[in-house]
Design a protein around this ligand. Structure first.
Ligand code: HEC
Length: 238
């Protein structure tokens, strides 16, 4: 199972726990007529909160591991995800601390709980939601708007190597086909099919992956034609 799928499934349960915690809290505090006793609601709230914490820990460590692997090569979306996730963790821990130790601030706890839920929802949507929509909606065979026309420019594999080391190596091994974050790119053009999408291993399809990636890879839309040609020339030597 892919890293992103595992993380998305854990996050789905995390979101469900957040919904449980917030609705039980709102019903407890806000509804005049309660079908469920306040004691049970309190229990639901506490169990949901613990489940939330239990899921937050592996998600946090998976996220950290991903960052450690890719270094500074994150997409804007990944940065957004990480900042919001850290914000969520801080508010959540503060809220727990208030409820347990600093009861004089208890009146802030409900707002903080709602904020944690809001953050969890946004973090989930910009990542798991984004993958789901992209996986469902991108048609890898459509090449509209993308200029993948063969270029006249002759690439320099040396220049391409330094570009590759700075921009691709953090996720793609160059000396093996083993997976890092994405598939290893050794022998990429020597095979018939591309490793992820199974499309024919042509320069056009690789260019298309760089401009409009299949799933979670960051896109490289600002490459000049020369840089693109250098990069392709280098990958051909792998
Ligand atoms: C942050 C990690 C990351 C970076 C940086 C990255 N890639 Fe990827 N790459 C991936 C992942 C993950 C996949 C699997 C498909 C996807 O998610 O789009 C992939 C897939 C690919 C594929 C296979 C596409 C297919 O159709 O099978 C190629 C080729 C590729 N990347 C080339 C590159 C090149 C060249 C660079 C540098 C300019 C680069 N990648 C930078 C993560 C990355």
């Amino acid at each position: 199972m892919s890293f992103f799928l595992i993380k998305s499934i854990l996050a789905l349960f995390l979101l469900a726990a957040a919904v449980g915690a917030v609705t039980s809290m709102l019903t407890m505090m806000g509804k005049a007529e309660k079908k469920i006793s306040p004691k049970t609601l309190r229990k639901i709230h506490i169990i949901s909160g613990r489940l939330f914490l239990l899921l937050l820990l592996p998600l946090f460590f998976l996220g950290l591991r991903y960052w450690a692997k890719i270094g500074d090569q994150a997409s804007v979306r990944a940065v957004f995800h990480a900042v919001l996730a850290l914000g969520l963790i801080i508010i959540f821990l503060l809220k727990v601390a208030i409820v347990k130790f600093y009861k004089q601030f208890l009146r802030f706890a409900p707002v903080m709980g709602i904020l944690v839920f809001g953050f969890a929802f946004v973090v989930f949507s910009v990542s798991a939601g984004f993958y789901a929509v992209r996986a469902l909606s991108t048609d890898p065979t459509s090449s509209e708007e993308i200029n993948t026309a063969p270029s006249e420019i002759i690439g320099s594999a040396d220049q391409g190597a330094s570009f590759y080391n700075a921009n691709c190596l953090s996720c793609h091994n160059a000396d093996t086909e083993d997976k890092k974050v994405g598939p290893g790119l050794k022998n990429l053009f020597k095979k018939e099919k591309l490793p992820y999408s199974d499309r024919p291993a042509t320069v056009e399809n690789v260019k298309q992956q760089l401009i409009r990636p299949a799933l979670v890879m960051p896109s490289f839309t600002k490459l000049s034609e020369q840089e693109m040609a250098d990069l392709i020339a280098y990958i051909k030597t792998l």
